[in-house]
Design a protein around this ligand. Structure first.
Ligand SMILES: Cc1cc2nc3c(=O)[nH]c(=O)nc-3n(C[C@H](O)[C@H](O)[C@H](O)COP(=O)(O)OP(=O)(O)OC[C@H]3O[C@@H](n4cnc5c(N)ncnc54)[C@H](O)[C@@H]3O)c2cc1C
Length: 468
């Protein structure tokens, strides 16, 4: 019996794709990576995932898990490998409003989690541009971040329990809903961010938070990042830490946005530093409109902005007056991936540095790029509230050495400021050389030992994340 026939006998022939059907899975969202998978399997349960991995381990077949396929680093590339799609495992198993938890299978799309939580007047606060496609398994495997990390943390901070199928098919049940559980090594956190190299995530218990009753959202323009940081800290102080998002779109970003999406052009003359800020409230005293229709939350934001305008620490401020305006401001930000990743050659990155040196990082990069490739195009957008900068370069020529030197410069400057060369998208294929150059060698050897212990045949997402 061939491998595909054996797979078909395990999960049904309709759930094993080959030929042209499998080829449809042969690239990822950016279109930068292309491959020919051996086949695509679409299990419908944890038990089926377990059977597939048992067979894969018996036959030494490489397996690449795939959820929404929106990753940006080639993590799902699967040349000659079996792709294991979680898309059919899309059930919300349980929602517990009292304990504020939701238990979901790995194939639930992020936007559907938002809707399920909202139906209980709660929220699952992880959010980013690919929310309509990214799935539980993928955002946990990459420990995704996004716009609300400043308040709620990244995917890891929002996950309590995990179910994982190991390379040999054993199911590891860590599905508790506990906030405290000190029972030895934290294997849940080991699996989160492992990019499918240590196991296949099949389900998770996720944390919910109270749904904000009101938002106050504004687009601001100012001269410097120091002014932006002072404003962020002031807002945190005045609102008791209610800043949900603090997103940086410099004039470079606004110019590109106006070019590609004129309907989303900056509503005021773009300033060197433009910030999308959002604060949110659950408390009725902040979220209930006054008799004159004004909202205390918005009043609070406007008071802080008024002071900043008076102190000349702010040059432009546009406060959203309704949900349509708020949506439009968010669209300006969430279009980032679309307007950034549509040109080649490209070096796209996701570094992070401490919040108070983001400006210094950008100054140093300006000097580095002026020396390295003065004709290069530059594009910047940042989750400034957590120090994560997407620094993108369009090199002046399609030259491998220049592209590698550019990627190296972006990482080196981040590391020199005690930053990270990979803040939210994971390492995948594209950042393995950077891992080799910058990750602590002892940490790398520990990672290799863990990989060897859990996947001795190296069948799970081989050639990703850990450099050779
Ligand atoms: C428009 C756009 C905007 C984005 N914005 C952000 C952002 O703001 N912040 C951010 O952090 N990221 C962002 N991303 C990238 C982000 O990493 C992914 O969108 C998301 O986290 C990946 O989810 P996915 O379901 O698409 O995973 P996939 O792309 O399918 O997989 C990603 C990785 O996880 C592995 N994997 C997938 N499923 C499993 C599983 N069940 N078990 C084990 N491993 C698995 C894969 O092998 C691969 O290595 C953006 C992407 C796009 C396209």
């Amino acid at each position: 019996m061939t491998l595909t026939a054996r797979l078909a006998s395990l999960i049904g022939p309709n759930n094993v794709l080959t030929g042209a059907d499998a080829a449809a899975y042969g690239s990822e969202w950016t279109g930068k990576y292309h491959w020919q998978p051996l086949a695509v399997v679409r299990p419908g349960s944890t038990e089926e995932v377990s059977k597939i991995l048992r067979l894969a381990s018996e036959t030494g077949t490489k397996v690449v898990p795939v959820s929404g396929n929106t990753g940006l680093n080639g993590g799902t590339a699967a040349e000659g490998a079996l792709m294991l799609s979680l898309a059919r495992m899309n059930k919300i198993r349980a929602i517990n409003p009292a304990a504020r938890t939701l238990t979901a299978e790995a194939g639930v799309v992020l936007e559907n989690l938002h809707a399920a939580a909202a139906a209980e007047d709660l929220a699952f606060p992880l959010s980013f541009g690919a929310k309509g496609s990214a799935m539980v398994g993928g955002f946990l495997a990459t420990n995704a971040g996004g716009s609300n990390v400043v308040r709620y943390g990244n995917a890891r901070a929002l996950c309590l329990g995990l179910e994982v199928v190991l390379a040999d098919g054993r199911v590891m049940n860590l599905m508790n809903a506990l906030h405290k559980d000190n029972t030895g090594y934290d294997l849940r956190d080991l699996m989160i961010g492992a990019e499918g190299t240590l196991g296949v995530i099949t389900a998770a218990v996720l944390k919910l938070v109270p749904a904000p009753r009101a938002y106050a959202t504004a687009l601001l323009g100012m001269e410097t990042l120091d002014q932006a940081l002072t404003l962020l800290n002031r807002l945190q102080l005045e609102t008791g830490g209610a800043v949900e998002a603090f997103e940086f779109m410099p004039d470079l970003y606004m110019a590109r946005l106006a070019r590609f999406r004129p309907d989303l052009a900056c509503p005021f003359p773009p300033q060197p530093v433009n910030i999308l800020v959002e604060i949110a409230a659950t408390a009725p005293d902040q979220a209930t409109p006054a008799p004159d229709g004004s909202l205390p939350l918005t009043d609070r934001l406007e008071t802080v902005l008024g002071e900043a305008l008076e102190a000349e620490a702010l040059t432009e401020a546009l406060v959203a007056q309704n949900s349509t305006q708020r949506r439009k401001l968010w669209e300006m930000r969430e279009t980032a991936a679309e307007i950034t990743l549509n040109e080649t050659p490209i070096v796209d990155t996701d570094i992070s540095v401490p919040l108070d040196v983001v400006g210094l990082y950008l100054e140093r990069m300006q000097a580095r790029m002026a020396a390295l490739d003065p004709e290069a195009g530059i594009m910047i957008v940042a989750h400034l509230g957590d120090g994560n900068v997407h620094y993108t370069v369009y090199p002046s020529r399609d030259d491998k050495a220049l592209i590698a030197a550019t990627r190296a410069a972006i990482a080196e400057e981040a590391v020199a400021l005690q930053g990270s060369f990979s803040a939210e998208h994971g390492v995948g294929l594209s950042k393995r050389p950077t891992m080799a150059a910058h990750k602590d060698p002892v940490a790398l050897s520990v990672m290799r030992a863990i990989k060897q212990a859990l996947d001795p045949q190296n069948i799970l997402n081989p050639g990703k994340t850990i450099p050779d």
